[in-house]
Write a protein that binds this ligand. Sequence first.
Ligand SMILES: C[S@@+](CC[C@H](N)C(=O)[O-])C[C@H]1O[C@@H](n2cnc3c(N)ncnc32)[C@H](O)[C@@H]1O
Length: 244
Amino acid sequence: MERRFRLLEARKYLLERKIERQIRLLEQKRDGIGKKIEEQIRNFERKRGSRKKAIPLDDEVRFIRSWIERPLTIGAVTPSSKILARTMARYVDPNSDGPVVELGPGTGPVTEALMEAGIAPSRLVLVEFNPAFCRILRSRYPEATLVEGDAYSLRRLLEALLLQPAAAVVSGLPLVTKPIRQRLRLIRDALDLMVPGAPFVQFTYSVAAPLPRRLGNFSVESSERIWMNIPPARVWVYRKTDAR
Ligand SMILES: C[S@@+](CC[C@H](N)C(=O)[O-])C[C@H]1O[C@@H](n2cnc3c(N)ncnc32)[C@H](O)[C@@H]1O
């Protein structure tokens, strides 16, 4: 029995080492690809810079850079398309009262769509934790309230800041990279910060809902699949169904 146990332990040890080696190889590959892209971006910037004054990087490049550094927290290689951003914004009633909270605005495609849909920038509360994106958001949307912090601590971040219940929470967070319990806490906290019946709007690239309806006192609806986005996405809307 003891011999068998030792044998199993040895096998487990070898397997763990093998997995670690494979992870290291994958990380090296990813870093190699990242460095190549970075080099190409620099070459491109140098060429443009020698002809003109330095040009601002466009949002795609900033996004790719951030994704290379932290793929799981950025959750996408490019910003959302206009169609996806507009679909999300359509779920927010421009005639509603109160702040509109956006989680993970990135470089601002959904922020832009919300404003286009008639939400005044002064109503927007943007929660973003990537400092480079925060700098862009601050300069593009000076009238909006920017909260530089972790959206998964929503209650702590916003409870004192919101002077009235929010009219909507619109999220671009890569929610499905988080465990179910954390997703559930975020959606519950968001619903608690809003007026009854207000929407929590989330996009995902997955076919399944980020949180099944049976897990809480909320309804779930979804948009059609939006093919004009990389990758194709779907918008999910959660609303509180009764008081808890
Ligand atoms: C998939 S990108 C979406 C960006 C933008 N909304 C769009 O549609 O292009 C996810 C965004 O969420 C931000 N993010 C990820 N985790 C976050 C967190 N815990 N708190 C705040 N922002 C977060 C990332 O920095 C990134 O800007």
